[in-house]
Design a protein around this ligand. Structure first.
Ligand code: ADP
Ligand code: MG
Length: 207
């Protein structure tokens, strides 16, 4: 299977994960937000699947760009534009490459993180998806090895990062209105970041 088709498979697995975990993500968001994160992510990835049916992506970057356009176009709320930016930056980084190395994947993850940081102005410790994405990008850079190993390292780091948000108070996003009442709850966006990376890792591991 070529890299473009494998990227499509990764995105399909991400869409399936958003479907499977929709209720849980919404539950997390109803605890410290407005209870729409699962619905938002599900809607965005359903729109992505529709877009991929007619788009004829020639490169992995084209696939990621289609994800970005669907998320930006179809998802209201904070997470749509933030994830849309992440996928767009990853796409731009891969440019017209037809094969993706471990280094390319790590660079794309780092670019995705930088895009979210620029757009949302959150840092580690603010109880957002950055708490999952930053350790993920770092782990990806240090992992080396195969593409599957890079994404497995990133997903494992994102899981730890998402768990670290439980004890935090929020400084960005809706949860920041809650002050100390947000403590004890995992940030939904950090959890969805882990789920997306885990879906990518599982797909690449089974290739
Ligand atoms: P909304 O908050 O508009 O309802 P969602 O519920 O879909 O949108 O997404 C909420 C998630 O978005 C949060 O859990 C958090 O991870 C992420 N988020 C919100 N604001 C920011 C920000 N400024 N920077 C990074 N991530 C953010
Ligand atoms: Mg919400």
């Amino acid at each position: 299977m070529g890299a473009t088709q494998r990227t499509v498979e990764v995105v399909r697995a991400m869409a399936a994960a958003m479907e499977e975990h929709r209720a849980h993500l919404t539950k997390l968001d109803s605890e410290i937000g407005d209870g729409d994160h699962g619905t938002n992510m599900h809607r965005g990835f359903q729109a992505t699947l529709e877009r991929l049916e007619t788009a004829e992506p020639a490169t992995p970057a084209d696939v990621l760009k289609a994800v970005s356009m669907a998320l930006i176009g179809k998802v209201g709320g904070a997470a749509g534009p933030l994830y849309g930016t992440a996928f767009l930056r990853a796409s731009t980084t891969l440019a017209d490459k037809e094969d993706i190395s471990a280094e390319d994947a790590a660079a794309a993850l780092q670019a995705a993180l930088d895009g979210v940081k620029q757009r949302g102005k959150a840092e580690v410790g603010d109880k957002t998806m950055i708490d999952a994405l930053k350790p993920a990008a770092e782990a990806a850079t240090n992992a080396g090895g195969s593409l599957a190993e890079v994404f497995r390292a990133a997903a494992d780091a994102a899981k730890g990062g998402a768990e670290s948000t439980v004890e935090m108070t929020a400084r960005r996003g809706r949860a920041s209105y809650l002050g100390a009442r947000a403590v004890g709850h995992m940030d939904p966006g950090a959890h969805s970041s882990y789920l997306l990376l885990d879906a990518a890792a599982r797909t690449l591991e089974s290739a």
